[in-house]
Design a binder for this molecule. Structure first.
Ligand SMILES: [Zn+2]
Length: 297
């Protein structure tokens, strides 16, 4: 469901890559193209329409300085924001998708993977490793919404599972930052079984008395929302993140009813008990460290 993602919101700003190639990572959204300035220098906030200096946005952790809109960010930007400097030790960095179904759309799946790898610089849609957050050791997994909407194929399932197993073995917390359009449709059934695989690994961590913290970011939907993203001991969410299973239009068409205001927002999920706390991006690091201490881990 990656390609008909329920996230209706335009994908915006890109994380600034460290190699200075900001322009190449800036998505050419319709909104961004309307701004008559060099791309990669200014961009238009999709929430408040303000024209924001890219650098000011980066310095504000990719949160709109005008309205607080939390832009989607790449996995490495997320990791840099959360962990103690130079503490991240990645594992399974080279694991990449195979093409079990020999899937072909506009491009073959293999071509598509190569294309998004070149564009994002990532091998797959999740980056996993061991790190320290304010001095506390954790296994951290961050999903990358810029790689096929961080859809969950065999590699994403394997890396999340490996992270959970490592956290279980080392008796340290597992923290996942979710952002996903759901299943990797190009992998069909193999994508779907990752729900059971990751859920079993969460259960083993739980049996061992481990701590599992989920940070839901925009969007956390479909097969990811229905598996490891919903199984944390603590669920945090960023303000305004879309959280849900099927997209609102799909639900409205199916049940032929109007959905409540704000349905599938982090705020709605908080109100209905699905999310424990909404945390501004500026406070996430501290909040995660506090929860680890609170849980005695
Ligand atoms: Zn804004």
């Amino acid at each position: 469901m990656a390609d008909d993602s329920p996230a209706d919101r335009p994908t915006t700003a890109t994380p600034a890559p460290t190699d200075g190639a900001a322009a190449t990572r800036t998505n050419g959204t319709a909104a961004a193209n309307k701004v008559d300035v060099p791309r990669g220098v200014w961009l238009q906030c999709p929430a408040c329409q303000a024209t924001v200096f890219q650098k000011a946005l980066e310095e504000n952790m990719h949160v709109c300085p005008e309205c607080g809109y939390h832009h989607r960010i790449a996995a490495r930007v997320r990791i840099a924001q959360l962990v103690d400097p130079d503490s991240f030790e990645e594992f399974l960095p080279d694991l990449t998708s195979t093409d079990p179904l020999k899937f072909k759309e506009r491009l073959t799946y293999k071509e598509r993977i190569r294309e998004v790898q070149a564009k994002t610089g990532e091998a797959e849609a999740v980056v996993v490793g061991k790190a320290f957050i304010r001095g506390r050791p954790v296994i951290l997994a961050a999903m990358d919404p810029f790689l096929i909407m961080a859809s969950k194929g065999a590699v994403v399932g394997e890396k999340i599972t490996a992270g959970l197993e490592r956290a279980t073995d080392e008796n340290i917390p597992f923290v996942v930052v979710t952002a996903s359009g759901g299943a990797r449709m190009q992998e069909g059934m193999i994508s779907l079984v990752q729900m059971a695989k990751t859920s079993s690994a969460v259960a083993r961590l739980d049996d061992a008395g481990g701590l599992y913290i989920v940070v839901m970011t925009d969007p956390t939907t479909a097969g990811v929302a229905a598996s490891f993203a919903s199984l944390g001991d603590i669920h945090l969410a960023e303000p305004g993140a879309m959280i849900g299973f099927a997209g609102p239009r799909v639900i409205e068409n199916t049940i032929r009813a109007k959905l409540p205001e704000g349905f599938q927002s982090a705020e709605f999920a908080l109100q209905h008990g699905f999310v424990d706390r909404i945390v501004h991006r500026h406070n996430l690091r501290t909040e995660i460290a506090r929860i680890i201490d609170y849980a005695g881990k």
